[in-house]
Design a protein. Sequence first.
Length: 985
Amino acid sequence: MLMKRQTLLLLLTLLVNVINAQGRIDLDASNRGNTIQASSFEKIRATFSYNSVESERVATEAGEFSVISLDGTVAGGNYGAPALPISRKLVAVPFGATPVIKVIDYTTVDYNLDDYGISKIYPHQPSQSKATKAEDVVFYYDEMAYQTRSMTEQPKTSFELLGTMRGVRLGALQIEPTSYNPTNNTLRVFNDIKIEITFENADQNLTEQTLLKTYSPYFDVIYNQLFNARTISDFYDKHPDLLKTPVKMLVIANRMFEDVMQPWIEWKTQKGFYLDVKFTDEIGTSSDDIKSYIRQQYELEAPTFVILFGDEEQLPPSKISGVETQRVTDNYYSTSDDDYMPDMYCSRMCCETVEEMEDLIEKVLQYEQYTMPDPSYLRNALLIAGFDYWYNQEVAQPTVEYVSNYYYNEDHGYDNVYKYLDSPYTGCYDHLSEGVGFALYTAHGLETLWDDPRFAVSDVPNLTNTDKYFWAVGNCCNSGDWGYNASKSLGEAMICAEKKGAWGYIGSCPVTYWYEDYYFAVGATYVTGEMPEYNETTAGCYDALWSDSYNTLSSVMYSGNLAVTYSHLNDYSSSVTSKYYYEAYHTLGDGSVMPYRAKPFANEVSHLYTIPAGVESFEVKAAPGSYVGISANGVLYGAGMVDDTGIGNIPISDISGGQELTIVVSHPNHYPYRETISSEAIEGTCIMFGSCRINDDNGKLDSGENTSLSLDIVNVGSEDVSDVELTLTTNSEYITMINNTATISSLASGKKVTVNDEFMFEVAADVPDQTMIDFKLVAMTGDESWENEFSIAANAPALTISDVVVSGNVINPGETVVMKFEVRNEGGGTAYDVLANISCNPEDIKIIQKSFTKDELLPDGVMSVSLNIFIPSTVVNGSMYQVNIDVSSSQYFANKVYDLLVGTIALDENTDEQKIELYPNPTSGMLNFNIDTNVNVVVYNHQGQVMMRYVDCKNQIDISNLKSGIYFVEINNERNHIIEKIILK
């Protein structure tokens, strides 16, 4: 391998000599992007499609090269060898499973890059540390690698298990869609790559129980970045009771901060967090003591947040010297096992004195409670691409451009976005005093400063942003190093400053790397010196922040680290590991705070202002996904979430009469709703419904079953009651009541009684999955009556059929082809006696086996079907057959029609009495034809696959949703039948 040391002058020369010429190859993909056709904890079927090869020429000391990329890929390869595009996806893997990848189908096309003005492919280079001097940069060029002639015959795939992240076993899927012969500059592109991942020996029960145990709405933003995120969300959707699961927070502090913490503890309790507050003199002062306690609590209650109070001297780091960073790190407080992936969000209020902690808490509470005198400053942001001779244009500017183009702009509610792309940076930090809600700096740094433009610890006392506290990200070396002994780091100085500075800071303790900091911000992608398009990257920390999830200061940091994990490839070396970044970056301040995105909204909340003493739930209406806390005097009585309908029935307990309670409702980018309500003992008698349970083997309301219902009945009145008659009714067409009455002989004031197995009914065999069954319960005693309403979701099968896969690109007469598809049960109930029938119209091709059965298909279960179809040699080339797939299970059905083309399509002569003209051709999307009767239209791609189908349409069709390329349009009715080639621009 040839490695040449570059001088500063050479770097500048390279910067100037990036050749503007760009080559592009349009690829003929039948799909767009990377898509999942079927996903469960048993297997995944997915297709990887690529629309174009993009290139940009660069001049180097080893000659002229072209950087190439495919959409949604990152650069990979050995250092000095050609850098080829690689698709990488992070995948949730069931516990106990061994992932096995199978490539089912793909297309192959070779391109001579010279024909497209594309030079030899640029050699892969390592990411450089931001501490590396320009004169020490080494250019890697492996001459032997550029003499290789062989190319692979199919796309390479690999799968690597990474660790466990909050109840999810994480793995990395990798697809290499190209192969390259540098001697003749030929690129082989594999496209429409269909793969299947089978999770062999998966422990389904352990996987599901772990997901239930570790559920937290605050981790949705992390799960949503996984390739098969839908599998997790579908599972959670079938467990609506999780909305009643309170969020837990573990607080570990030095005893010196006990008194000053109390306002913060009270507020977090009011928000609905169940706090476990422990001091180091209780659990131990060593990092091993603290880690041991955190892991014990994770096994018991799986807290979402771990908040540490104190600097290094008051509370030790999880490691004084990180395994890879050799700097202090708290990362191993966030993990419950021995890997580096987080199970909890960990942040540190890194103050040395009680006074500093009081100042920080005051800033945190003002920001989160939205009590600042003038919140308009939140609509301002400061974005700085700091100076570097090469990487300012290569990395820093594209970072700031991406962040401002997609998020920090007028369309998203910002009044002033102070954007500094290069020098001069005159007056840039004046905006911190004037008031900004957010500040970003990306470039060089040291422990005590952002380097250029310079802002140092000594500048923090000069800030004048009282009541205008911001949060900041420093994508640079060392500025978050809270273990630095010579003085406070810049991040510490910002958050500890009295009545000025920041309330939170995200920064690194060790040095950082240019490309990894880029991925941290914008997502894993190619580094080209240009702002990446949104669909060219994975999710970076700002993409995650602006999603509609519970985004906290800590989740912003972990989302950035996850993007770095996306970028690091299996089987190839990298300058720095993912573990390094998890050890490096820290959240300083309160990581549980949700940063406001410009000016937050009001949450429209409604509820009663009185809670009857003794009730077990309280209804709150608010924006879907809102989190509700009900507390009094530092005691949390109830917490839960508002469902998709905007209604939350918040479980509460042990509320007595005569209390004043605080209700707080939180929601991302909404300022918190806070109101005082009271609890009152009701005079006389008052009977209320508490909760219910289905008495069967799974506790669910399942289709086709006869079952009974147990009800908890509470007397919330001040008087005892006797001879209570209960009547249960429903207007649902899917419920037939068998017995709907019961009697309670006596019920004392403030007491609860359970009525077991009295209410019996039959559930219809055809009830749709997740249908809400509304019940009304009437309680009567003497002349008094009370009505209570509640709903239960019905569980039933919901059968779906995946995309059909047929072997071979072209099916010829005389061949036998293999057809594969999957039947999935996406419902909440088990499907029994599943039957799949396959038929064909016309019937002159032979289906070897027409029926397939499965005794039961559990929720999320998959039934795989593989059948052979024989095409007789007498079949005419160009014939089209409809293969019908019909699936049934009792009263539940699914159907799919697959168009099977034999041979290739021949163009018909357009010689009918009425000549049909298609225009314009080429077209931008709208295609007209001059015929005055309704016709059937089918649009095929060049491989004969049906892309669109229209029945009884007239005069015009819209094909703008298809990608640019060549298509064939078939038009037919009783009088006409033509096939015309058209070009979609």
